[in-house]
Design a protein around this ligand. Structure first.
Ligand SMILES: [Fe+2]
Length: 191
């Protein structure tokens, strides 16, 4: 029998909760026939493919190699979940009252999943030795996101980006395009 995303158990006609997003991402992760053809590791950039997008759900497969890093970002109106298929990634949550170089962090390895709300600001980085593959589910579907940078004086800036832009640490020229010419460094975490 050939599986399709129609075989993934999920509610229809409404947005999904955090727990439901974890369940969807985990089901996709367990069905490689739904995403294996898109797995492609490029050492220079993350690769990704959209597996499903409808009114309430958006699902992607992402491939990570060493040093790949989304930079700090939010998902505007969307909550999300990540299921790790292979390798490991690290999630950092931006938290006030502690140095930006010491964010709240957790490692997610193959077979595990985590979720985040639309209000969370986080970054996801490749972790460990081998390449990683992750399934990401968002509800409502991603439309735009916020990408964050920190000025030398500590001022935090948010730059609105389309969900079609690859999330990564912004380069100075891009920050200028997104509205600030004073950016010098990104919100870097320990590598
Ligand atoms: Fe994210």
């Amino acid at each position: 029998m050939t599986l399709s995303h129609e075989d993934i158990a999920r509610p229809h006609g409404r947005d999904l909760t955090d727990g439901e997003l974890v369940a969807v991402a985990t089901q996709f992760a367990a069905q490689p026939e739904l995403w294996a053809e898109h797995v492609c590791h490029d050492p220079d950039r993350r690769t990704y493919a959209q597996l499903l997008r409808d009114r309430h759900l958006d699902v992607w497969v992402l491939c990570w190699s060493r040093d790949h890093d989304t930079g700090f970002h939010d998902h505007d109106l969307s909550a999300g979940a990540v299921a790790v298929v292979a390798g490991s990634v690290r999630e950092d949550r931006l938290a006030l009252g502690r140095p930006v170089e010491e964010p709240l962090s957790r490692i997610a390895s193959a077979g595990t999943a985590f979720s985040f709300t639309a209000s969370d600001i986080h970054r996801v980085l490749h972790a460990g030795e081998g390449p990683a593959v992750t399934i990401h589910a968002y509800s409502p579907p991603l439309v735009r996101m916020g990408s964050y940078t920190v000025e030398p004086n500590g001022r935090l800036l948010r730059h609105t980006v389309s969900y079609e832009d690859e999330l990564r640490q912004l380069e100075p020229a891009e920050v200028t395009r997104y509205g600030s010419a004073r950016w010098q460094t990104t919100a870097a975490a320990p590598s």
